[in-house]
Ligand binder design. Sequence first.
Ligand code: FE2
Ligand code: FE2
Length: 286
Amino acid sequence: MATTPQPSQSPLQRLDDWDDFLEGRYKEGKAESEFRQYDAKANPSVAEFYRVNHEKQTVAYVLDKEKQYFGLNRGQKSIWEAADYLNTLVDDSDPDTDLTQTEHLLQTSEAIRADGHPRWMVLTGFLHDLGKCLCLYGEPQWGVVGDTFPVGCAWSDEIVFPEYFRGNPDAHVPEYQSKYGIYEPNCGLENVHMSFGHDGYIAEIMKPYLRDEALYMLRFHSFYAWHRHGAYAHLMNDKDAAMLEWVRKFNPYDLYSKGHSKPDVKQLKPYYDELFAEFFPEKIAW
Ligand SMILES: [Fe+2]
Ligand SMILES: [Fe+2]
């Protein structure tokens, strides 16, 4: 059974197209100067995706979505139930060759585990994209995936396709267009409203259970302008500076663990049963 986000608002054929674009953007071994050599002509559907994303992620939109979802009133689920639920999101093309969402999460967490990182980080790898269930709640793909960025202050040129912010109504609100906008200097990124997506949602869900390093990995994993390009230093506090290295440590596992062999869910299940039990009660609020 295929569940597709609203077609009129879905320039990407599959949500994974965005991940593929990211992987190409930050190809291993690519020089920093080459990162920005993507263009709308070569990636028309990705460009269209970002045009809509950049035009619609306004302060008002973000505050509205935070109100709608950050109260976690979508019921109680175990981690496995959340993963199974996400698996019902079937992308249109090649359902046979694509990995399930759970398999993709396991590739990330298993790569972290293979490198000997702590258990909380393995867990974070498994959790990081579970917020994509927003699609199943009916959120459009431009409001679920894609690079994230602060709203309510000037957009950085380091954000992908910055020219598309021209069409965002916030461009005409002077208060939102100054360097600090609605924020205080060095207020800390946790106090900044980020464009809405799967990152912020999963971080809210995990807040009571995980350490700050893990929460930063979850909340900011798509904030490439910050963790890759060093933008928004003027909003950072000391905690952000300390956490940045962890967000950076996590990023390669998100970008490059795809294409490794298909994980054997059945065989891995006992390890993850134990891991989940170590950090969570049976069910948590989503
Ligand atoms: Fe993600
Ligand atoms: Fe991911």
